[in-house]
Write a protein that binds this ligand. Structure first.
Ligand code: ADP
Length: 724
C-alpha cells in the first residue's frame, strides 16, 4: 500500500472543493471544531491557572501579613516598657526639670539603640515632646508639638496608636507606635516609638511578585516598586483629604498622585486585574486584597497575569493542535478507507471481467465447436506449404476420410480424383499462390467409398491476430445434388416450353395472320404504286417499287420461317446488332405514321451501349408493335402531348428498353386483360400485338411489363440479352 502523500491529498482536496462547494461547509465546521476546542481548553486552563495563582497569592498574603505583624509586634511592648520607667514618670510630673530630662533623653537613646528603633520619645498630654532619643541632634524632637498626629490622638483615646507617615522633623518615613502613660485613670503623657519598615520593604523588593501596603485612605506607603509609594489607589474623598492634610502623614502640603494603574475587577471578590507600565514595559497583574483591620491597612499581593495568559495560550495552541491532528488523522483514515474501498472494487471489477471474459471465451469456444460440427460446408485449413492443419466434420464426411488421415498431408491429397489429377494440381497451386477465384472453382473428388463428389471450393487467406498470413482457409460445398438437379430442371423446362408452344399452335395461326398483315398490306400498297408507275411513271421509281415489293415479300416469308422456328425450338437465330441501328430501322418503317400523326419521337440512348444478341427480326417486331400502339394511343391528343419517349439502359447484364407515351393510359378495367390474346379496344384491332410482344420478350429470357406514366400515358418496358 502506497502512503498517501500530503501534497497530493491537498491538491485532491482543493480540486474536490472546487468541484463541490458544499464541502466548504464541512471544512468550516471542522475548522470551527478545532478553534472551539482550543478556545474551551484555553478558557479552562486560564481558570485553573488563575485558581492556582490565587491560592499561591493567599499563601503569600498570609506570609507577608505575618512578617509585618512580626515586625510590629516586636516593638509593641516597647512603649509600655518606657512608660513604666520611674524617670519618665518623674519627668512627666516635673516637665521643666532639666536634670530629669537629660536623664530620660539618655535612657530613651539607650532603649532606641538597643531596640533598633528609629526614635523613641515622650510627650506631655498637650502633645509637646519632653524628651527624645535624638535629643541634642539637629533633628531633635524635644520642644516640638505633635498634637495633630493621629497616633497621639489615638493613644489619648486609649489603646495603641499606630501610624505610618513621614517624620515632620526628620522627613524620614516610619511607623509610629504610641501608648498613653496613665496614672490613676489620668493620662499623664504619651510614649512614641518610631520604627523603620525598610527591612520589610527590602524583603518585598526581593520577592518575584509585587506586594503593596496602603492605609485606610487608599494611599500606598510600602511597595515592592518604590515608584508606587505615596500614590492613591482610589480617588480621595473630602474626608480623606482633610484627614491627610491635618495629620500631615506624608509631609506638609504633599500632593498625592493617583496610582498609574488601569484596574478591572475579577473573580473571586477581592481579586482584580491591573494593567500598568514598569520601567517602560507594559505589565498586567492579578491582584488580591487583604484587610488588616487591627492596623486599618490593606495588604495587596500580585502575580504576573501575562504568565496566566501564556499558560492559557499554550493550552489553546496545544488543544487546537491536538484537535487538528485528530481531524487530520480522521481525514487520513477516511482517505485511506476510500482508497482501500476503491482498490477492493477495482479488484472485484477485474475479477468480474476476467470471469466474464473466460465465460465469453468458453461460450465462443462452444459456439465455434457447435458451428463447425453443424456446418454442412466442409472447412479445411492449410499452412503456407499446403500442409493440412485443420478439417471439420463436414469435410471428413464429404470425402470419407478421418481427420487423422488428412491432417499433416500435403498435395496430392488422398481424395483427389484420379481422372482430374492435372486440374487438382493446377487448382491447388493457384490457391496456394493466392490466385484462386473469389467466386470459387468446381472440383470433382473421389470419396473414400469410391463414388464421385462434385464440390465448389472457396479459398481465402488465413490471417492470425497479428495480421500475419499463416496459410489458407477453404470452404468446400458439396454441389453434387445441385448439379444433378440443375441438369434435370433444364431438361424439364425445355420440355415444358415445347409443350406450351405446341399448345398455342392455334394462337400462332392468328399470330401469323397478324404479323403477315403488315407486309401484305405494304405489298398491296407497293403493287398498286407499281401498277400506276407501269402505266406511265418514271422507270426509276417503278424499279424502286418493285424492289420494295420484293423486300416486303421476303420479310413475310422470313416471319413465317421465324415463327415456325419458335414453335420448333427456343428463339430463332441470335445475332449481334447495335441498339441504335435496331431502333432506327423500326422508326424508318413507321416514318409515314409518325409524320401523319405529327408525333415527336424523343430517343434517349446512353453512349457506349453494348450490342444486342437476339433474333433481330423478332426484336424489330417487338419494338414496332409497341411504338405503333403508342402512336395509336396519341390519336385525339392535343399537339403538346404528341410525344413518345424511347429510352434504354443496362441492368443485370441486359438491355432494358422502355416506350413511354403521353396518351390516355390504360383503364383499370383493361389492365388485367391487356396481354390476353384478342383483347382489343380498337375497332379494327386484332388484340394480338401485346401477346406476341410478350412471347418474343420471354423467348429472349426476359419479360414485358407496363406501368402508368406519371402525368398520364403508359410505359411499356422489356429486356433483351446483350452480346458478351
Ligand atoms: P391491338 O393493338 O390490336 O388492339 P394490342 O394487343 O396491341 O392489340 O393491344 C391491346 C389493347 O391494349 C389495345 O386495344 C389498347 O386498348 C391497349 N393498348 C395497347 N397499347 C396501348 C397504349 N400505348 N396506350 C393505351 N392503350 C394501349
Amino acid at each position: 500500500m502506497r502512503a498517501v502523500s500530503t501534497p497530493r491529498s491537498l491538491a485532491a482536496l482543493l480540486a474536490r472543493l472546487r468541484r463541490d462547494p458544499r464541502r466548504w461547509g464541512a471544512w468550516l465546521a471542522l475548522a470551527a471544531l478545532v478553534l472551539g476546542t482550543g478556545w474551551v481548553a484555553g478558557g479552562w486552563a486560564q481558570r485553573h491557572e488563575t485558581e492556582q495563582r490565587l491560592a499561591a497569592l493567599r499563601s503569600a498574603q498570609e506570609l507577608h501579613a505575618l512578617g509585618l505583624r512580626g515586625v510590629i509586634g516586636k516593638y509593641g511592648y516597647l512603649p509600655a516598657v518606657v512608660a513604666r520607667q520611674p524617670a519618665v514618670r518623674a519627668l512627666l510630673a516635673q516637665p521643666g526639670n532639666p536634670v530629669l530630662r537629660d536623664r530620660v533623653d539618655e535612657d530613651l537613646a539607650e532603649i532606641s539603640r538597643r531596640a533598633d528603633a528609629l526614635a523613641v520619645y515622650v510627650m506631655d498630654p498637650a502633645g509637646n515632646a519632653l524628651a527624645a532619643s535624638n535629643a541634642g541632634t539637629p533633628e531633635s524632637f524635644v520642644g516640638r508639638n505633635y498634637a495633630r498626629r493621629p497616633y497621639f490622638t489615638r493613644a489619648l483615646q486609649g489603646g495603641t496608636g499606630l501610624f505610618y507617615g513621614v517624620g515632620l522633623t526628620t522627613g524620614h518615613p516610619g511607623l509610629f507606635v504610641a501608648e498613653a502613660i496613665r496614672d490613676q485613670g489620668q493620662v499623664r503623657g504619651v510614649v512614641i516609638v518610631k520604627l523603620s519598615l525598610d527591612k520589610v520593604a527590602a524583603t518585598w523588593a526581593r520577592a518575584t511578585d509585587p506586594v503593596l501596603l496602603r492605609d485606610e485612605h487608599g494611599v500606598a506607603f510600602l511597595a515592592t516598586y518604590p515608584d508606587w509609594r505615596y500614590h492613591t489607589t482610589r480617588p480621595l474623598t473630602p474626608g480623606d483629604a482633610t484627614a491627610l492634610r491635618d495629620s500631615e502623614a506624608y509631609g506638609h502640603g504633599a500632593v498625592l498622585a493617583p496610582m498609574p494603574w488601569d484596574v478591572r475587577p475579577a473573580t473571586p471578590a477581592g481579586a482584580f486585574v491591573l494593567h500598568t507600565r514598569i520601567g517602560g514595559r507594559a505589565h498586567s497583574f492579578l491582584a488580591l486584597d487583604q484587610t488588616l483591620p487591627d492596623y486599618g491597612w490593606t495588604l495587596t499581593v500580585m502575580t504576573d497575569r501575562d504568565e496566566i495568559l501564556q499558560v492559557r495560550d499554550q493550552a489553546w495552541a496545544m488543544a487546537a493542535l491536538l484537535m487538528a491532528l485528530l481531524v487530520m488523522a480522521g481525514l487520513y483514515w477516511r482517505l485511506r478507507e476510500r482508497r482501500y474501498a476503491e482498490q477492493r472494487s477495482a479488484r472485484r471489477e477485474l475479477e468480474q471481467r476476467v470471469a466474464d471474459r473466460t465465460r465469453e471465451l468458453q461460450d465462443a469456444q462452444a459456439f465455434r465447436h457447435a458451428m463447425e460440427e453443424s456446418l454442412l460446408v466442409g472447412m479445411r485449413a492449410r499452412d503456407m506449404d499446403g500442409r493440412i492443419i485443420y478439417v471439420n466434420r463436414a469435410l471428413c464426411q464429404m470425402t470419407g476420410y478421418e481427420p487423422e488421415e488428412l491432417l499433416g498431408k500435403r498435395p496430392p491429397y488422398p481424395y483427389w480424383h484420379p481422372d482430374d489429377m492435372e486440374k487438382h494440381w493446377s487448382d491447388s497451386n493457384a490457391s496456394l499462390a493466392g490466385r484462386a477465384e473469389r467466386s470459387g472453382f468446381e472440383s470433382r473428388v473421389r470419396h473414400k467409398a469410391g463414388h464421385d463428389v462434385i464440390t465448389r471450393v472457396y479459398t481465402a487467406p488465413l490471417i492470425d491476430a497479428d495480421g500475419v498470413q499463416q496459410g489458407w482457409m477453404s470452404s468446400v460445398v458439396d454441389i453434387t445434388e445441385q448439379t444433378c438437379a440443375e441438369e434435370r430442371q433444364r431438361a424439364q423446362e425445355a420440355q415444358l416450353q415445347r409443350a406450351a408452344r405446341l399448345a398455342s399452335l392455334g394462337e400462332m395461326a392468328s399470330t401469323l395472320a397478324h404479323e403477315l398483315n403488315q407486309p401484305l398490306m405494304a405489298l398491296s400498297n407497293f403493287a398498286a404504286a407499281a401498277q400506276a408507275l407501269a402505266e406511265g411513271g418514271p422507270p426509276g421509281l417503278l424499279v424502286q417499287s418493285l424492289q420494295d415489293i420484293r423486300a416486303q415479300a421476303q420479310r413475310a416469308s422470313e416471319i413465317v420461317r421465324r415463327i415456325r422456328g419458335m414453335v420448333r425450338q427456343g428463339s430463332g437465330l441470335a445475332e449481334r446488332f447495335e441498339v441504335a441501328e435496331w431502333v432506327e430501322t423500326v422508326l424508318a418503317w413507321l416514318k409515314p405514321e409518325i409524320q401523319a400523326r405529327r408525333v415527336r419521337i424523343v430517343l434517349q440512348l446512353p453512349p457506349g451501349l453494348p450490342a444486342l444478341l437476339a433474333d433481330r427480326v423478332l426484336a424489330e417486331q417487338l419494338l414496332l408493335n409497341l411504338v405503333l400502339n403508342a402512336l395509336q394511343a396519341l390519336d385525339g391528343q392535343p399537339p403538346a402531348r404528341r410525344r413518345i419517349e424511347l429510352s434504354a439502359r443496362v441492368a443485370g447484364g441486359r438491355l432494358v428498353f422502355s416506350v413511354a407515351d403521353h396518351g390516355p393510359g390504360i383503364a383499370p378495367e383493361h389492365a388485367q386483360r391487356l396481354f390476353d390474346p384478342f383483347f382489343t379496344t380498337k375497332a379494327d384491332g386484332l388484340g394480338l400485338g401485346l401477346k406476341i410482344c410478350r412471347s418474343i420478350a420471354e423467348a429472349h429470357g426476359g419479360a414485358l411489363s407496363w406501368h402508368p406514366r406519371p402525368g398520364g400515358g403508359a410505359v411499356f418496358e422489356f429486356s433483351l440479352p446483350l452480346a458478351p
